[in-house]
Design a protein around this ligand. Sequence first.
Ligand code: C2E
Ligand code: MG
Ligand code: MG
Ligand code: MG
Length: 289
Amino acid sequence: RAKHAGRSTFAWYTPDMDADAQKRKEIEAGLAKALKFDQFELLFQPQYSLSDNKLKAYESLIRWNHPTKGYIAPDVFIPIAEDCGLISSIGDWVLEQACREASTWKDPALRVAVNVSAAQFLSGDTVHKVAHALQTSGLAAERLEIEITESLLISNTEKVVETLNKIRDMGVSIAMDDFGTGYSSLSYLSKFPFDKIKIDRSFIHNLGQDASTDAIVTSIIGLGRSLDVTITAEGVENQEQVTLLRAAGCNLVQGFLYGRPDTVQSHERLMAERDAKRTRNDHSFKVKD
Ligand code: C2E
Ligand code: MG
Ligand code: MG
Ligand code: MG
């Protein structure tokens, strides 16, 4: 073991790495069981239109409800699932579950966005899987949106474009998630068929704080308008950001200001309470008048 090795060897090795490797192994073993024992859950985060302040869609976000460790975030286990090959079956479950749930929503115009990681997208017959999820749930294709990230676009361009086009031909739309991070390149925008761009929340976080961020966000929105691509801002947390995004012509907003990832029932309860409050205020205003 490195710990007992001579002074000159494995100087880079630390007990932390031991702990990390151990944790990874545990997660890997746990993930294999998680599907079987139904430990995954989907939460939903609302997306609002800036032009009319209306709820337009929910993004589905996976959570792992671990029997002893509690809730584990996707940033922790999705990369591991990608490495050990489990992402494909987890992704299948997400797609089926998101479509099934969306098909039960009261408002038949609400759309659902599903994250599909690059490893998952490249690992199997994505076109067939999307078609299957739509067919078994009865969800209209126009209500489904697939979110992909830039990491998908660095490999096998032709195959990826072909698959994206087949998915779009069904009526499903494609969103580029976390735009502006990673391997970001403007040439992707002309090479790949996107319906929507989601500006990464790291940019939104600095909006109004730093002139160069403001300029970048404004340019992405302008680019989206000229390419006829819908722009969503993610990670919107305060009103100042909303004001700047609206002035720049951003289409959709998503973030803690509008709602955290939660069950759709909880969001509906909150919206009903907000409506009731508004009605009460209107009423007392009329009485006073
Ligand atoms: P993402 O797709 O970019 O999702 C947005 C993330 O930002 C979510 O984190 C959400 O909770 C968080 N967020 C939303 N609004 C705010 C805000 O106002 N402030 C801050 N600080 N954060 C906000 P979450 O749910 O932990 O998901 C993290 C990432 O994990 C997602 O990023 C996505 O890449 C991945 N992921 C989530 N669910 C799935 C899934 O079902 N399949 C795959 N392949 N990946 C998923
Ligand atoms: Mg996403
Ligand atoms: Mg994102
Ligand atoms: Mg992300």
